[in-house]
Ligand binder design. Structure first.
Ligand code: GN1
Ligand code: MG
Length: 364
């Protein structure tokens, strides 16, 4: 990979000393690039945006710049600095925060690497998940006065679970690559629960819960933690910041982080919802959201976890049926394995429903 034209575009002087791909994220390609100038080395993150998923990458960058500038102002006002707490994107020689390589039609952006930080793919100790809840809650708090109407809707209906189910039905019907026969049980499991998946969108539409500017991709590995203190420092992966409900962020974070296994674990006996982790996240999220979360939103916290797990199950299975066109995959059945973990989580959420409600009630 030749990173030099990208570095030149962003005015990065010095010699590229090292570059390696970071294999995290299911959509974009991410590289850590070290540049040597005189006696100092500086690191950057070069990211190639997946333009199959993000059809209008310029709008993605426009949103991100607006949001990061807003957060910087907030942090300056409250802490006097924003160092390592928010992403800083480079602006190119043409004044734009991206580089479009006309030859291969690749779309690149670059941000300053945040040092002494670590991202976790799994919750390795409960305090991390409390921190994650606090951090995503804080992120929403910073954006609570952001003019939502100035944000582009990057992926329409991104967390519209009923719309995701409609797409799923279409893929089942089309059966483009002939995989349907292997997954009839999973299809039935999901369609049996279709009626439940509209709760959040219905409450948003009726005004019972409010629209907020939300992150929409709240996996724990989208937070950087300080590598000494394990305090959450910086929320990353801002591609899908858009208006939504706080419950999308809560539900998505919990269905991923409170799971006792990774999203692509093959041994389903390892997959369950850890109630202690559920409580840790709830505590952190509610603490930092303060009184801004309404009683109606709090009552729906357990539903949000189930709905987000159903949504991801349907998305992974849709992609499996479509022949793996959306998510990055490392094996032929990768999307099926992912769909099965989400289905397993839904089963476990159903089994633990009373406990989930009881834990939530402590925070009402
Ligand atoms: C994708 O790129 P990544 O891994 O942060 C996806 C999310 C899914 C997630 C599942 C734009 O996020 O919606 O929840 O995979 N992002 C997009 O692991 O579709
Ligand atoms: Mg992402």
């Amino acid at each position: 990979m030749d990173f030099q034209p990208i570095a030149d575009h962003f005015g990065i002087t010095g010699v590229i000393a090292h570059a390696e791909e970071i294999h995290s994220g299911n959509i974009n390609r991410t590289y850590l690039v070290a540049v040597q100038e005189a006696n100092t080395q500086k690191e950057y993150v070069f990211q190639r945006i997946n333009t199959f998923v993000f059809k209008k990458p310029e709008e993605v960058m426009d949103n991100i710049l607006k949001v990061t500038e807003h957060i910087k102002k907030k942090l300056l006002a409250t802490h006097g600095c924003y160092d390592r707490r928010v992403l800083s994107f480079l602006v190119g020689v043409d004044g734009k925060p991206y580089y479009y390589a006309a030859g291969n039609r690749h779309f690149w952006r670059v941000y300053e690497y945040i040092d002494r930080a670590v991202a976790y793919d799994q919750v390795v100790k409960p305090e991390l998940f409390y921190e994650a809840g606090r951090s995503f809650g804080e992120f929403q708090g910073w954006l609570s006065d952001f003019p939502a109407q100035t944000l582009a809707e990057i992926i329409p209906n991104f967390h519209n679970t009923p719309a995701r189910f409609e797409a799923f039905r279409r893929s089942v019907e089309a059966d483009t690559v002939g995989r349907r026969i292997q997954v009839e049980d999973e299809i039935r499991f999901l369609l049996d629960r279709e009626a439940e998946c509209g709760v959040l969108t219905e409450k948003l539409a009726s005004g019972e819960i409010p629209y907020r500017v939300t992150h929409n991709d709240t996996k724990i590995n989208n937070i950087l933690f300080d590598n000494h203190t394990d305090k959450a420092m910086c929320v990353i992966d801002l591609d899908t910041v858009m208006p939504g409900t706080a419950l999308y962020d809560f539900g998505d974070a919990v269905r991923y982080g409170a799971s006792t296994a990774l999203e692509d674990e093959r041994d389903l006996s390892k997959v369950s919802i850890d109630l202690h982790l559920y409580e840790q996240f709830t505590k952190g999220f509610l603490e930092s959201m303060g009184d801004s979360l309404t009683a109606a939103e709090i009552a729906l916290l357990p539903h949000s976890v189930k709905i987000m797990a159903l949504e991801l199950a349907s998305r992974f299975l849709t992609d499996y049926l479509d022949g793996d066109v959306y998510f990055k995959t490392r094996s032929d059945d990768h999307n099926l394995v992912r769909a099965r973990t989400q289905i397993r989580l839904v089963r476990d959420i159903e089994a633990k429903w009373t406990e989930l409600r009881a834990i939530t009630a402590r925070y009402c």
